[in-house]
Design a protein around this ligand. Structure first.
Ligand SMILES: [Zn+2]
Length: 197
């Protein structure tokens, strides 16, 4: 459970008290479900997404597309827009900020865990709830009724492939950083020389 901790790391200081899952209609969609999580019976974060990644389902935090302002009229445009939506000026389609490996970053998370312990706990809770809901849907067949989810029903049920790629890259990046953090640092040079008492 959330409070348990046998890794010796600092555990999350909150409990996920509810996860709600709304499966998407189209099983071919990489976006498999929306989720909302309730933290400590007190705070709800909505619009998490469960995405069918190349290494299994993973959780994407609520996010928005990054935008910048047209130099001519200051209208806000999506970073991939080739022309300003307001004044029609030509824009540089490659103006998005780049990650360490030179690939465009077009989205920013609006809410997210700030350490890997919390991220892993949240991932586990959401994926577990998603798997249960997907199994319930399969078992119920035609009789399955998706959860009533307030205005989540109004959200657009499509994900562009570029965003899925971006999310998968960030996931890989995090895993790489986690592996690097686990590897012990190399000993300082003086120990290699055998000079320590
Ligand atoms: Zn403009």
């Amino acid at each position: 459970m959330q409070g348990e901790n046998n890794s010796g790391q600092v555990g999350p200081h909150f409990r996920i008290t509810e996860v709600r899952i709304k499966l998407t209609e189209d099983p071919r969609n990489k976006l498999r479900a929306y989720a909302s999580v309730t933290i400590d019976d007190a705070f709800v974060v909505r619009d998490l997404k469960i995405i069918d990644g190349s290494k299994g389902p993973f959780v994407a935090m609520p996010s928005r597309k990054l935008a910048d302002h047209c130099r001519g009229c200051h209208h806000k445009n999506h970073l991939r827009a080739a022309y300003c939506n307001q004044c029609g000026a030509k824009l540089d389609p490659d103006r998005a900020p780049r990650d360490a490996r030179g690939r465009a970053r077009l989205h920013a998370d609006l809410a997210h865990p700030i350490n890997s312990t919390t991220r892993i706990e949240m991932h586990k809770a959401v994926v577990r709830a998603y798997v249960e809901e997907a199994e319930a849907a399969r078992a119920a067949g035609e009789a399955y009724r998706p959860k009533d989810f307030d205005d989540l029903d109004d959200l657009n049920e499509s994900l562009d492939a570029e965003y899925v790629d971006e999310l998968e890259r960030r996931q890989e990046e995090r895993e790489r950083r986690r592996r690097d953090a686990v590897a012990p640092p190399p000993p300082p040079p003086q120990e290699l020389a055998g000079g320590a008492p």
